[in-house]
Design a protein around this ligand. Structure first.
Ligand code: ATP
Length: 362
């Protein structure tokens, strides 16, 4: 799919200053987004941040308080869900237990007035796409959770919507199955070319599946970017902290120009950091991923502290270090180097991998 394409000419969905209030409570606060045609786009954020509300507004289950939502340039205001070329796969994918699998999938097509033969053809094609071609005559109650989820997906795909909305569709599946269906979903998205808008609070799911991610909190979009942009170049503390593991450390900015700055942390040797050119003046924290802190000697140290513990994680060992002011710092080294790890209680010096720390907004 198209990782970068989201100019208005190819935008499938444009969210324009969308606001949603429930009484006094603002669930969405002037959100603007463009989602490119054929993109796998993810709304990521903690519980209550407004992801589902935004999805329901796009689908037409809720009305905007103000703002607009366009599908291929056309406002969807006033259009009920069934008149939008948008379909939704819900977390609770209620299938009809008294209908067979194929009847479940063709039901919506028949209701739209599509002729029987054509509806059956499309339903079978959609079931084939989700690898359920050999289950068409079963009852949904004879299927596993993962299989039911696939039928729900086929049901949403069969009308060939322009945009498919997926609201935490994998959350009911166990870990192994979830990983498998993740891969299948990305393949399906690429093969069909349908624009997917996927909602999750699982950052790993977002990073592994998406062309682009919008990170949300408190009804606002904090950052939009490719998984790599979001992980490597978080704009603010919230994004840095929510995506992956990081050390967020109070920093003294010694000099700063454009996208580069020099900072000092806890009185150690100054080091270079990256920042976005439009960063606010209040920026006073650096984000350093554990893997970007390297064990070193006292002369080279940007940060020093006392080792508090080692945690074995399989491929890596995580080392927790307490700085003099009590700040907890995490670093990671490859396991196998266990014999050379500084022992708990010993002093430990760390340097920041060149160019891999980032100054973030508050
Ligand atoms: P989750 O991951 O838990 O589903 P979410 O990010 O999808 O969370 P939303 O369901 O969009 O969050 O809810 C955003 C906020 O709006 C929440 O604080 C929620 O309580 C509130 N909210 C949602 N629907 C309504 C409603 N119908 N009436 C009042 N408040 C609502």
């Amino acid at each position: 799919a198209n990782a970068q394409i989201a100019s208005s000419s190819t935008a499938a969905i444009q969210v324009l200053s969308a606001q949603k209030r429930f009484g006094q409570f603002t669930a969405l606060d002037k959100v603007s987004l463009e989602i490119g045609a054929g993109e796998f786009f993810t709304l990521l954020g903690p519980s209550g941040c407004g992801k589902t509300t935004l999805l329901r507004l796009i689908a037409g289950f809720e009305d905007l308080t103000s703002g607009d939502i366009l599908l291929y340039g056309a406002t969807q205001a006033g259009l009920p869900p069934n008149r939008r070329e948008i379909n939704t796969v819900f977390q609770q994918y209620a299938l009809f237990p008294l209908m067979s699998v194929v009847q479940n999938v063709e039901f919506g097509l028949l209701r739209k007035g599509i002729a029987k033969v054509e509806a059956r053809r499309r339903a079978l094609a959609a079931l084939e796409m989700v690898h359920m071609g050999s289950f068409v005559d079963r009852s949904p109650v004879q299927l596993s959770g993962g299989q039911q989820q696939r039928v729900a997906l086929a049901r949403a795909l069969a009308p060939e919507p322009k945009v498919l909305l997926l609201d935490e569709p994998l959350s009911a599946l166990d870990l192994k199955l979830r990983q498998k269906v993740r891969l299948e979903l990305t393949t399906l998205q690429r093969n069909t070319g349908i624009t997917f808008i996927f909602v999750t609070h699982d950052q790993e799911e977002a990073l592994t599946m998406s062309d682009r991610i919008a990170v949300m909190s408190h009804g606002r979009v904090q950052q939009v970017g490719t998984p790599e942009e979001i992980y490597e170049h978080p704009r603010n503390r919230f994004v840095a902290d929510f995506i992956g593991e990081t050390n967020l450390l109070a920093a003294e900015q010694l000099e700063g120009q454009g996208t580069q700055a020099t900072v000092r942390v806890m009185g150690g040797r100054p080091f270079r950091v990256e920042r976005s050119a439009d960063l606010g003046v209040g920026a006073s924290h650096v984000s350093i991923r554990p893997e970007n802190l390297i064990l070193t000697d006292a002369e080279e140290a940007n940060i020093s502290g006392t080792v508090s513990q080692h945690v074995y994680l399989g491929t890596d060992v995580q080392i927790a270090i307490s700085a003099a002011d009590g700040t907890e710092i995490m670093t990671r080294v490859q396991s196998g180097s266990a014999s050379t790890l500084p022992a708990p209680g010993s002093t430990c010096h760390l340097k920041v991998r060149e160019g891999r720390a980032r100054l973030v907004d508050d």
